[in-house]
Design a protein around this ligand. Structure first.
Ligand SMILES: C[S@@+](CC[C@H](N)C(=O)[O-])C[C@H]1O[C@@H](n2cnc3c(N)ncnc32)[C@H](O)[C@@H]1O
Length: 312
């Protein structure tokens, strides 16, 4: 949804923009192309390898693009340290990139046998293997159910803990985890593949603490938007999209009074408006071109013009 993202995000080609999830630089490249010489893009990513790729890809833009190895939950303090007090737009393209999924060494996919890592930031924090070693059965089952939507969560968690107690002592590789999943799910190849995809998704979300970062980062980005500036969020997972929707609805709410029976007394101060009531979805053409785009939901929020301290 690159065209939609750029169309919704850029309201002033001379503005300062944040790409909070620069990844391989696909969106960042198109955004940078649309900025004038006075415009500037700051690109964050937790993944140093992705940042290095993006840096090479965008080198022709010179100083117009700056890259920061950072977790977007720290965006307020990082932008403050860069001397940036307001931005014209922010993009969050949540989750993992195709580059990460297709990298056999990272452990994001069950298609290759590799170390069970699954961290966006390869320089810090526990890996998925560490998490599976240290977490109890109950919590493993909860994560597989809540973040993966896996209906065999309990049986899988039991099998994972049993494997840990076996001669291998731990689950260190994607192949080892896939064999545990296969034993629980049984013969059907499609069911095994679907369960493996759900288990790997759940592990990725918990290892990178993805859902906790969103309620910190999105309000922080809203606070930094200048009048008429836009926040654009692409989510691919229903849990993420649900969170984004409720944060943006809350930010656009004009009244918090329990019942609108009399005059508003809550003094609500909406920060802007949702540009579309429903999220934008990929076109049928884009879905057939790129099946991974199918789940995408794009939400756009616009900071109110000169509304600070007033109700819309
Ligand atoms: C869907 S990809 C972005 C792809 C990018 N828009 C492009 O066009 O190439 C999401 C990226 O967000 C990064 N990421 C995930 N959580 C992050 C966080 N909390 N802070 C910074 N980057 C994060 C991932 O490492 C990944 O590279």
């Amino acid at each position: 949804m690159v065209d939609e993202v750029v169309r919704e995000l850029i309201t002033d080609p001379a503005g300062i923009y944040l790409d909070a999830t620069v990844g391989g630089g696909g969106h960042a490249e198109v955004i940078s192309d649309r900025l004038s010489g006075a415009g500037c893009l700051i690109g964050f990513d937790r993944d140093p390898g992705a940042l290095a790729l993006a840096q090479t890809r965008l080198s022709r833009f010179g100083d117009r693009v700056r890259f920061v190895h950072a977790d977007y939950r720290n965006l307020a303090s990082i932008l403050h340290d860069l001397g940036i007090t307001a931005i014209k737009g922010a993009l969050f393209d949540l989750g993992l990139s195709s580059l990460q999924l297709d990298d056999p060494g990272r452990g994001f996919s069950y298609r290759w046998d590799s170390p069970l890592d699954l961290r966006f930031d390869t320089t810090s924090g526990p890996t998925a293997a560490d998490w599976l070693r240290e977490t109890d059965e109950e919590e493993i089952a909860r994560v597989l159910r809540d973040f993966g939507g896996e209906r065999h969560a309990r049986r899988l968690a039991r099998a994972i803990v049993r494997e840990r107690r076996g001669p291998n002592g731990a689950i260190e590789t994607t192949g080892q985890l896939v064999r545990v999943i296969d034993r629980v799910i049984g013969e059907d190849r499609h069911s095994r593949g679907r369960s493996a995809a759900r288990v790997f998704q759940a592990l990725r979300i918990v290892v990178n603490d993805e859902l906790a970062a969103i309620p910190v980062a999105i309000p922080a980005a809203l606070d930094l938007l200048s009048d008429g500036g836009r926040l654009v969020v692409l989510a691919y997972h229903s849990g993420e999209d649900g969170l984004v929707k409720s944060i943006l609805r809350e930010a656009a709410r004009t009244c918090h009074c329990a019942r609108r029976v009399g005059p508003c007394v809550c003094g609500a101060n909406p920060r802007g408006r949702l540009v579309y009531r429903k999220p934008l979805r990929p076109t049928a053409h884009e879905e057939s071109d790129n099946p991974r785009a199918k789940a995408a939901r794009l939400r756009v929020f616009e900071r109110a013009q000169g509304l600070s301290g007033r109700e819309s």
